[in-house]
Design a protein around this ligand. Structure first.
Ligand code: SAH
Ligand code: SF4
Length: 360
């Protein structure tokens, strides 16, 4: 009896030492196999199975020898996010927007949104459980900060959705829950895995990060010459209003933020996008529209994306009237770079990120 107990203890120690391979880069996978006395190419083989073919267990990896698969089952794991709910939008536009609620290892919940739009099929992924930035208009901000996601938990959202939807994924936006530039290393690692030809193989120009303006990491992003698109959640044209709706402005003032935008634009061909959530009576005056136009053109031909506020429970904020939205679009139409209006999709499934996880 005593002997059996000891054995069980030993087994549980071995189990807790199992290494989770999901989230490793190709180089890390190769190193893992070499250090376990295997051939380097096994790393690429298992990498491909996990990220490209969506395998969730070693037993599915039929071109890996049975002996190695069994050894892997004893020593390693493939573990990322677990789906707990999917909500399908009833909007009738051909394909439906879907929102996925995932559970992490520690029970925390995060969400991702799948947005098909003609040829473009975008996944919006989360980078943190909750968010510490606390913007007034954002459901995730009201949750407070939980923790950073690992690269594996970020990549896992896309791999899961790709395996469970029919038409493949063309674009990824890091605009779900959390502030990607406060989880910079894991977020960049995730994007690099997504673009690896032996993994999901996405094109880097189809990946976009959105940041609330973590200025030092905007410089870092520029200096590292990351090949991805960057969007900045500007959302106000004066220091005072921005401080009110985005408290991070106290740490990184508006003019510092715009300096970093100018720096990034000077370094690359694809300009930064300025995102502007329109809030009735807060940041939607005629003067705001003119100042936004100036900010966009005086810091290196920024693109602009106007986003009418998607109402959330909590703050007393309102969606602007159509007349205000039209005014902004008209005023900005003279810019020499692309101007877009974000259509609000999936309102019936609370597709503004954070809204579903909050309810849970
Ligand atoms: N933390 C990052 C990325 C996640 S938020 C950032 O702030 O950029 C992604 C985008 O959604 C941001 O542009 C943000 O301003 C916008 N957003 C947040 N809550 C919104 C709401 N209720 N309605 C419309 N847009 C919202
Ligand atoms: Fe965080 Fe972005 Fe929401 Fe602000 S808008 S609270 S930075 S997730």
């Amino acid at each position: 009896m005593e002997g059996r107990d000891k054995l069980t203890n030993v087994e549980s120690v071995i189990n807790t030492r199992r290494e989770n391979l999901f989230g490793k880069s190709l180089a890390e996978m190769e190193a893992f196999f070499v250090s376990s006395g295997e051939k380097k190419f096994r790393g690429a083989q298992v990498f491909q199975w996990m990220y490209q073919r969506g395998a969730s267990s070693f037993s599915e990896m039929t071109d890996v020898s049975k002996a190695l698969r069994e050894r892997l089952e004893e020593t390693a794991d493939i573990h990322s996010v677990r789906q707990v709910q999917v909500l399908k939008s009833s909007e009738q536009d051909g394909l439906a927007t879907c929102k996925f609620l995932f559970e992490l290892n520690d029970g925390r919940k995060i969400e991702s949104v799948y947005i098909p739009d003609g040829e473009r099929r975008t996944v919006c992924v989360s980078t943190q459980a909750g968010c510490a930035v606390g913007c007034l208009f954002c459901a995730t901000g009201w949750m407070g900060f939980g923790r950073n996601l690992t690269a594996g938990e970020i990549v896992g959202q896309l791999v899961h959705i790709r395996t469970h939807t029919d038409h493949g994924i063309t674009n990824v936006v890091f605009m779900g829950m959390g502030e990607p530039f406060l989880n910079y290393d894991e977020t960049m690692k995730a994007a690099d895995i997504l673009c690896d030809g032996k993994g999901p193989g996405l094109a880097s120009r189809r990946i976009t990060f959105s940041t609330s303006g973590i200025v030092p990491n905007i410089y870092r992003f520029a200096d590292e010459k990351r090949p991805y698109n960057l969007a900045i959640s500007l959302n106000a044209t004066t220091e005072e209003v921005r401080r009110r709706i985005m408290p991070i402005t106290r740490k990184y003032p508006l003019d510092e933020l715009m300096k970093s935008v100018r720096y990034l634009n000077a370094k690359r061909r694809d300009p930064v996008t300025l995102e502007y959530v329109l809030l009735a009576g807060v940041n939607d005056t005629d003067e705001d529209a003119r100042r936004l136009k100036r900010l966009a053109s005086e810091h290196g031909r920024c693109k602009v994306n106007v986003i009418p506020y998607n109402p959330i429970e909590g703050p007393s904020l309102q969606r602007p009237s159509q007349e205000r939205v039209d005014f902004f679009m008209r005023e900005l139409s003279v810019l020499h770079s692309p101007l877009t209006l974000r259509r609000s999709r999936g309102q019936d499934i609370s597709a503004a990120c954070g809204q579903l996880a909050i309810r849970e």
